[in-house]
Structures are given as C-alpha cells and as structure tokens.
Design a protein around this ligand. Structure first.
Ligand code: G6P
Length: 360
C-alpha cells in the first residue's frame, strides 16, 4: 500500500504533524490491562537497550521508572551491550526498543539476554518483526508506518508507551501516592491538545531555523530527562541538515564544551519551567558571558531574566513536568525539519542513512 504525504512536503513533516492524532488514539486505547500482565513488583532491575532515536526514548524512560516507580534502570546502546559482559541479576527485565524490530545490534543483544535467561520485553512498531517474534513479551507502539528515515512519531509513541508502563509500575509498586498516579494520567491526557498548540506555531520555528541554519556547529543543552531530548534534537538536526550538532547535559558545559563557545557557536537551551530552571539560568549566563548566540526553547518566564530576541526563542508553555519530554521533542523535530528545508536537503532520505540497519 502506497502511503500519501497528503499536503505535506515530506513524509517526515507529515509524521511530525500526525503525532497529535496518534497521541489521541493512545489516550483512548486502553492498554493498561495488557501492561498489567507484567509483574513490576518483583523486579529488581530493568535494563533498556536500543540504538539511535530509540535509545533516547530509553533514556527518558529511565527517569520515569526511577522517579515514579523506584525501579533501578540501566540503559545501554545495543552495539555496546552485546560486546561487553553485562551482568544480568535475578528478576531483571531486559527491554528492547526498536521501531523497525530488525536492527541487527538490538537483535543480537536480545539473543544474548535470552541466552542468559533474562526475561525479555520488546517495544516495536512493526508487529511481525524479528525482535517482536523473539522477545518473550512484545508491546506495539502503534505509530503506523514511518517512512522518513529520521524517526519522529515512533519516538513519541515509544515515549507514550513507556509513560504508561511507568504508571503501571508505579501502581503495582505503590511508590507514589494514588493521587500522584492519577495526576500522571491526567497529564498524559493533555498531550494531544498541548502538542497541537506547539504545531500551530510552527512558523515561529521556521524563523528560528532560518537563523540557526547559518551556522556550521550547534550545541544543545538540557537538564534531567530533557538532556535526552537535547540529544535527540542534535541527532535529528545532524541527520537531515548535516549541521554538526552535539548535546550535553547543561551541567557538563563547564567541563569542556564551554571552551568552544564564541560568536560562531550557538547554543540551543531546552529551558522549560521546572524544578531545574534556576540551575539552567546559571548555565545560560555562562553562554551569554562568552558571546555565543543563544536560542531558547522554553517557558516565557525565562525572558524576565534573559534578554533574547523573538527569533531566538520558541515558547513551550508551562506544562506538567512529567510530560515535558514528550512535548519538548516536537520543537526539536521542527527545528531539524525546517533547517534541512532551508538548506535544500533531502528530508526523507538523508545521505548515508538507512531506515533500518539490519547489518552490523
Ligand atoms: C537507524 C534509523 C534511526 C533509528 C535507528 C534505530 O539508524 O535511521 O532513525 O533510530 O536505526 O532503529 P530501530 O528500528 O531499532 O528503532
């Protein structure tokens, strides 16, 4: 079946804009019953293994499982996991995330975990894929076919499933109060509406992208779960615009990357209103003191402290902290898309990249 791009210029653009409907469907679809077949109570550890964008979904999931369910979570890149000597403990769940379900390194890591008798769970988008068939448990992420090589909607759907798994784990382990669990559910239901609003302001991101696409190197920084979103933003940008981009946990700036800062090295800061805002403000001041161009994706209250132009700022309204990673990735996707468009690159088929890497 041929999938149409509709009114969009690329599949990637279409897939970014599809995220609202996908999240609506996930909200309505009640998978709680299926997720409750997993026993989180007796788990001692979860190890999450993936590659590329799926790995950044795992990084965010670690925050949720730890914070809401008090489960020890380790994450690893599949190509590393398979060649080290990972220690699998009693009652450990090894969880594999793969959009395609065919990534060679992730599959090899799954086979390794199985050979060590670990319980295995796969989160996949392609239901009849090899990883889906070989894992003991498989949950689909229901993103629908993703054509653009740079993953967007699959990432959001992976996060959505992880969020709901973390809620299930939180319930079973009774680590947080029932009211807090309820609040996590309420927050999740707000996602389609919030993301729709972000997408409605996509033209504002075009203006930011116009300015940023003049540079050859860009640094992304964030804190907490948004560090992974900064990493995903840098990955998206380099994949399709070929602008060199790197991401750091904001607190690491002073341990190296700060040496790079000058007028030619813009810094994109993910600065939402959350418990880490104050910490981030001091990182922003470090950037400004070195005359590096500053771009902020975050809450408008930050502008009370920082002098920044309209075309250097993209607002993400104040929203509950638990859903911030899911919302914050959308401006990152738009930034990559528009930068690549402005530079005239092939959005859906970037050079040297494959949708699914089935060889080592
Ligand atoms: C390739 C794709 C990426 C993807 C990665 C992992 O590199 O270009 O978009 O994130 O593989 O793929 P998977 O299908 O395992 O999620």
């Amino acid at each position: 079946k041929v999938i149409s791009k509709g009114q969009h210029g690329s599949y990637m653009e279409k897939e970014i804009f599809e995220q609202v409907d996908l999240l609506k469907r996930i909200s309505l679809n009640n998978h709680a019953e299926k997720y409750s077949t997993l026993n989180f109570k007796t788990l001692n550890k979860i190890t999450i293994i993936a590659c590329g964008t799926s790995y950044y979904a795992a990084s965010v999931a670690k925050f949720w499982f730890e914070k809401y369910a008090n489960i020890l979570v380790e994450i690893d890149i599949a190509s590393e996991y398979r060649y080290r000597s990972p220690i699998i403990i009693d009652n450990e769940l090894t969880l594999f995330v793969s959009q395609s379900g065919e990534t060679a390194d992730t599959l090899a890591a799954l086979r390794y975990a199985k050979s060590k008798n670990s319980q295995t769970l796969a989160l996949v988008n392609v239901a009849n894929s090899t990883i889906a068939r070989e894992a003991k448990f498989t949950f689909e992420i229901y993103a629908g076919p993703e054509i653009g090589v740079a993953s967007t909607k699959a990432f959001t759907c992976q996060l959505a499933v992880f969020y709901n798994l973390a809620i299930e784990a939180a319930k079973q382990r009774a680590f947080i109060e029932r009211d807090e669990v309820k609040q996590l559910e309420v927050n999740f239901m707000q996602l389609p509406q919030i993301i729709e609003k972000v997408l409605q302001r996509c033209n504002e991101m075009k203006v930011v992208a116009k300015k940023l696409s003049d540079y050859s190197n860009i640094l992304f920084i964030g804190r907490g779960a948004l560090t992974a979103i900064a990493q995903e933003g840098a990955l998206k940008l380099k994949e399709i615009s070929y602008i060199h981009a790197e991401a750091y946990a904001a607190g690491e700036l002073k341990h190296g990357p700060i040496a790079l800062l000058d007028k030619q090295m813009p810094v994109v800061v993910l600065a939402p209103k959350n418990s880490l805002t104050d910490k981030l403000l001091s990182n922003i001041q470090e950037v400004q003191a070195r005359n590096a161009p500053l771009f902020i994706i975050g809450d408008s209250s930050i502008r009370d402290y920082i002098n920044i132009q309209e075309d250097e700022f993209f607002e993400v309204a104040e929203i509950p902290e638990s859903i911030l990673p899911i919302v914050s990735v959308v401006p990152m996707q738009l930034l990559a898309l528009y930068s690549a468009q402005i530079l005239g690159k092939n959005i859906d088929q970037p050079r040297n990249l494959a949708k699914s890497v089935t060889v080592e």
